[in-house]
Structures are given as C-alpha cells and as structure tokens.
Write a new protein. Structure first.
Ligand code: AMP
Length: 176
C-alpha cells in the first residue's frame, strides 16, 4: 500500500459532524498508528525540503500534533497559532469570517523574528480561511508565509486556490 492509501484507510469520515452536511475527517484514528505517523513526518520533511524552511507555525489544535514533530525533525522552531484568549504574552491578532460569524486567532509577538520563511501546518485544508488568517499573522510579525502543509486536502472546497491567490504554496499528502 502507498502512504496515501494507508492514510486514507486510517482517517475515518464521520458524516454530519459537527453539523448536517459536513463529512468530518477524523484524524484521531491516524494517531493510533505510530509507524504511520512516523512515515508522515518523514514524508512531510521531504516535501518541505525545497522551501528553505526556517519556522513552522501550527494551527490549534490538530496542527500542533504533527507540526511540532516535523519542526523538531527539521531542527527549526515551532510556533503556536491559537484561538483568541489562550496565549499569555503580547499577541498579534487576526479576525476572519466563517460561514456563520467570525473567529479570531493569535500568535505571540515575540515568537518569530522578522524576515523568516514560515510554513503553516494544519491537519485538514477545507476553505483555507484559517490558513489565510494565519498567514496574515506571520506577515504582521514581518515574516514570510511561504507554504501551507496539510495531511489532507478537501479539493472540492477550493482552499488551494485561495492560498495560491495569496502567494502561498500548498502541500498536501492526501486529497479528497
Ligand atoms: P478552513 O475552512 O480551511 O478554515 O478550516 C477550518 C478548520 O476546520 C481547519 O483547522 C480544518 O482542519 C478544520 N476542518 C474543516 N473542515 C473539516 C472536515 N471536513 N474535517 C475535518 N476537519 C475540518
């Protein structure tokens, strides 16, 4: 089996969660397979090699799980992008629109020094709204969001297009 096939087999799809009509990709079952997680880390490091990565920024909360492991493997710092109100020191904030209402994410002002090449890491790319907001946080810190790295991409939601319009590359291991 290829890595893609193994990941697809390990991720389960929960229909109508958290609301009717959403096919939720549950990666909790992926993390029950440590050898597969290790393969994903190795593959991600490999795919990121051409980008001269200096920092990985993980998106709360599932972006933390592999983001930190990949950063450790690449020997680069890992930075948390969190939902509003969770980070204790001074933060940059970015508010963005969801299907209903808005959301705010934050990053510590002193987490990244300026001019760094930053990877955004999350588990699933859906509409791309969260990653565009995260890329704005990186820019507020004076750094460069170069590429978004995901375990899985929901192609029918066209998140890739939104990110590429913002001049951010997209790497995903599996596509639905
Ligand atoms: P986005 O629409 O790309 O801003 O996605 C917002 C967040 O929700 C991201 O962290 C995604 O990982 C997560 N997400 C959105 N849709 C799904 C889905 N169908 N299954 C699992 N996670 C999802």
């Amino acid at each position: 089996m290829t890595l893609t096939e193994k990941i697809k087999e390990a991720i389960r799809t929960i229909p109508d969660f958290p609301e009717v009509g959403i096919q939720y990709k549950d990666i909790s079952t992926l993390f029950l397979k440590p050898e597969l997680i290790n393969e994903i880390i190795i593959e991600s490091v490999d795919l990121l090699q051409p980008y001269n990565v200096e920092v990985i920024a993980g998106i709360e909360s599932r972006g933390f799980l592999l983001g930190a492991a990949i950063a450790a493997k690449m020997q680069v710092p890992f930075v948390m992008v969190r939902k509003a109100g969770k980070l204790p020191a001074k933060t940059y904030q970015e508010t963005y629109h969801l299907e209903y209402g808005t959301a705010t994410i934050e990053m510590h002002c002193d987490a990244i020094s300026s001019g760094k090449r930053v990877v955004l890491f999350d588990d699933v790319l859906a509409t791309g709204g969260t990653l565009v907001a995260a890329s704005n946080l990186i820019k507020k810190a004076g750094s460069i969001p170069v590429v978004a790295c995901l375990i899985a991409e929901l192609e029918f939601l066209n998140g890739r297009q939104i990110l590429e319009n913002a001049e951010i590359g997209v790497i995903s291991i599996v596509k639905y």
